[in-house]
Design a protein around this ligand. Structure first.
Ligand code: CUA
Length: 177
């Protein structure tokens, strides 16, 4: 029992049981495999969605998003502006307690530059059902290329716990033909 002191004071000099030694070797080798996978996936995994990030004050980001909203809002849905920005343009999505603002409407097979940032604290951009995940932090603007290849309605779920309204922080992106 670990609760009582070992019977032999110099316990670390006792021979290691064979089974334990095997497990130590397996765990160590597996650790090395996992570690090299981090490096491998960095290049081969196509999981680095955001290769661009900038420092930005939340107010400055909100300003840029608002400019886009003012110019390209096409309708309202439940108090949210639905914004249809021009093909190829910079589109902005604000994360804040507890909403994704605004609703975006994008065209299929067209490229956009999606900018993400938070107004308050950490949120998680999780695009459903395609399962793309990006952390969203205040003070940082993450930029990623986006080219929707399927039309439909996508949900944006917050996947970083951000307080009492976390579970209600659901946004929407439409992809139209
Ligand atoms: Cu935002 Cu959880």
């Amino acid at each position: 029992m670990a609760i009582s002191p070992p019977t032999e004071r110099i316990w670390w000099k006792e021979p290691i049981a064979r089974v334990e030694l095997i497990w130590i070797v397996i765990a160590f080798v597996w650790g090395l495999v996992m570690f090299s996978m981090m490096i491998y996936w960095h290049g081969a995994g196509e999981q680095n969605l955001s290769s661009e990030a900038y420092k930005i004050k939340p107010q400055a980001f909100a300003q840029k998003a608002q400019t886009m909203i003012d110019q390209y809002t096409v309708r309202q849905e439940g108090g949210f502006p639905v914004v249809r920005p021009p093909v190829g343009s910079d589109v902005y999505l604000i994360a804040r307690l507890w909403q994704w603002w605004p609703i975006l409407e994008l065209e299929k097979d067209q490229s956009y530059r999606l900018h993400l940032s938070s107004m308050d604290w950490q949120h998680g951009f999780s695009l459903q059902p395609v399962n793309i995940n990006v952390q969203v932090h205040p003070g940082y603007e993450m930029v990623m290329k986006l080219k929707p290849n399927q039309s439909g309605e996508y949900g944006v779920v917050c996947n970083e716990f951000c307080g009492i309204g976390h579970h209600t922080m659901v946004g929407r992106i439409y992809v139209v033909e």
